[in-house]
Design a protein around this ligand. Structure first.
Ligand code: AMP
Length: 580
């Protein structure tokens, strides 16, 4: 189905005037180098993400503004001002100094979303060290591989993770300090561990930030590995220009916003957009320690008065599965703007937002490697449901052929970016050759396939390695998945190419059903017919299997590689990031 374009009202009719009030005008004059004028910088040409995100607001008289509005798994609520965040991160920077940790060393966090995690990340940055957040649900192999690769010398974790930490410890010769932070729920500290609370109690709340240059490494994120083994993308302090500018123009943050990013800091969205973008823009950030529940999530929006909300397609599909009546039970009138990232956002989901939450979800595209949002839908621009929108001002994005030449409008090619934006990764840790291999003909090649339409909208087709070649026809799995979830019985779909002696590959779909629907041959037949009608026989799936859950990464991405390996009885390869 072709979804009509969602138009936007004239700018005077917005509840809050969008920061990006004229896309063409801003885009023509925007240069990333100028963004520093809106930030502070530090003496001697130094730049530090933590200073720009936290301390700067104290200097500008906003120290009492609410920084973290935290809700624990048990419903307890705590509030921390920017001044509190500055003090806590200062203390942790002092702790690192006391432990003899030097600039450039790696300090990792491996814990749930408690305030200590956030204080540790900002304190690490203030001390000039490199922060590396890990998903708390990682098993000992996944967490251990990353810590070993990074040569981390400090691990801030919780006693819940003790068993895993013990298991990986023998393989971590560089790891010198294990700090246990249990957020007031501390049980006893064991041999070889230190207590966060004790260390912090003894640490001064004053700290002189270590001199970090714009090009000093600051953050390491291991890519979520939908395709292969995780690699540690390294970002520098200068990335903060990207966090701030995209926070302003894409997230449309205004100083009094209450903003909720649902991503965990173990994934780049949870740091770039759970910490750096909102805080450089001085807004209040809601942090919910617990996991997904449709009713709880609506309750959080209602109780915390969330105005700007950034989430992911997998969560939106779960909200859709829970039904359009559920949100009616909550007062969601504080919401003014919603965004999605991480996977292609099915057009059906964009429209569902408009119908049931009163506004469309705005899809945007970026990667661990890009460090900040590259292509986006904006408050003022009409949305073509299913499209990722337009390049962020200051970003040259294109769809290119294998020689690096821009493809004509409507034609598929590699989604590519002109290198040089501030938040671009600077290397893969211990793997410079792999980093170099990502660049060709003057472009950074993202590994995604896409097209640009006649109006300049960017469309995602698929990961280059997921695209299916069926009888010479290239099919993006997303297109097929989106068609299937338009059927009322389908909750989610994952699509792969299955080798075929005649067609090279045939399209095969795995679907999960909404509550109240049962798998049957009849339903399978109906879905086959339904998708054929929508997509045509050349693109529609030839086979459909019903499954209970789709394999996904912890950041919510469908792992098509795994569906394929299981279908073909091949080894599953690296499953570090698989959600169990
Ligand atoms: P990661 O580095 O783990 O954040 O994964 C980045 C990849 O997720 C991208 O290269 C895309 O394949 C996918 N992705 C992220 N956002 C979008 C989006 N809005 N539309 C389509 N794919 C997306």
């Amino acid at each position: 189905m072709d979804y009509p374009t969602i138009d936007k009202p004239p700018i005077e009719q917005f509840r809050v005037r969008p920061n990006l009030d004229d896309y063409a005008k801003v885009r023509s004059s925007f240069v990333y180098a100028d963004v520093i004028k809106e930030l502070d910088g530090l003496p001697g040409g130094a730049l530090n993400i933590a200073y720009e995100a936290i301390d700067r607001h104290l200097v500008h008289g906003r120290g009492n503004h609410l920084c973290w509005d935290w809700e624990g798994k048990d419903g307890s609520r705590e509030q921390y001002s920017y001044a509190d965040a500055a003090r806590m991160s200062n203390q942790f920077a002092n702790v690192l100094g006391r432990l003899g940790v030097r600039k450039g060393e790696r300090v990792f966090v491996f814990m749930d979303r408690v305030p200590e995690l956030y204080a540790a990340v900002f304190g690490t940055l203030k001390a000039g060290c490199i922060t590396g957040p890990l998903f708390s649900a990682f098993g000992p192999d996944a967490a251990g591989d990353r810590l070993a690769d990074a040569g981390a010398c400090v691990l801030v974790t919780s006693s819940e993770q003790r068993r895993k930490v013990r298991e990986m410890r023998p393989n971590l010769p560089a790891l010198q300090h294990i700090i246990i932070a249990d957020h007031g729920r501390e049980d006893s500290i064991e041999d070889g561990e230190m207590s966060w609370d004790d260390l912090m109690r003894e640490a001064s709340t004053e700290y002189q930030i270590v001199h970090t240059s714009p090009e000093d490494p600051a953050v390491m994120h291991y890519t979520s590995g939908t395709t292969g083994k995780s690699k540690g993308a390294v970002h520098v302090h200068q990335a903060v220009l990207g966090h701030y500018a995209t926070g302003k123009y894409v997230l449309d943050l205004h100083a009094d916003d209450i903003y909720w990013c649902t991503a965990d800091p173990g994934w780049v969205t949870g740091t770039s957009y759970g910490m750096f973008a909102p805080h450089t823009n001085g807004v209040t950030s809601v942090i919910y320690e617990g996991g997904f529940s449709a009713s709880k999530w609506y309750e959080i929006i209602q109780q915390h008065q969330v105005s700007v909300w950034y989430t992911a397609p997998t969560a939106i599909r779960l909200l859709m599965k829970a039904g359009g009546d559920l949100p009616k039970k909550y007062d969601l009138s504080s919401l003014r703007y919603m965004m999605s990232v991480g996977e292609p956002l099915n057009p059906e989901a964009v429209v569902w937002g408009e119908k049931h939450l009163g506004m469309p979800f705005h899809d945007n595209w970026w990667q661990t490697e890009t460090g900040s949002i590259m292509v986006a839908n904006y408050p003022i621009l009409p949305i073509k449901p299913g499209s990722m929108g337009w390049p962020m001002p200051g970003i040259e994005a294109a769809v290119v052929d294998h020689e690096g030449k821009p493809a004509p409008a409507g034609e598929e090619g590699d989604l590519a970016l002109r290198p040089g934006w501030p938040s671009m990764f600077r290397t893969y840790w211990n793997n410079e050759p792999m980093y170099q291999s990502k660049f060709a003909n003057g472009w950074y090649i993202t590994g995604d396939r896409g097209r640009i339409d006649d109006d300049g909208y960017f469309w995602f087709i698929g990961r280059a390695d997921d695209v299916i070649n069926t009888a010479g026809h290239l099919v993006g799995p997303f297109e097929v998945e989106s068609a299937l979830i338009e059927h009322p019985a389908v909750a989610e779909a994952g699509v792969i190419g299955k080798p075929d002696p005649v067609a090279m590959e045939v399209v095969k779909a795995f679907v999960t059903l909404k509550d109240g629907f049962e798998p049957s041959d009849r339903l399978r037949g109906e879905l086959l017919q339904f998708s054929r009608k929508k997509l045509g026989a050349g693109v529609a799936p030839r086979e459909i299997d019903f499954i209970d859950v789709l394999p996904k990464t912890r950041s919510g991405k469908i792992m098509r590689r795994l569906l394929k390996a299981r279908e073909l009885g091949l080894p599953e390869g690296n499953t570090d990031t698989l959600e169990e």
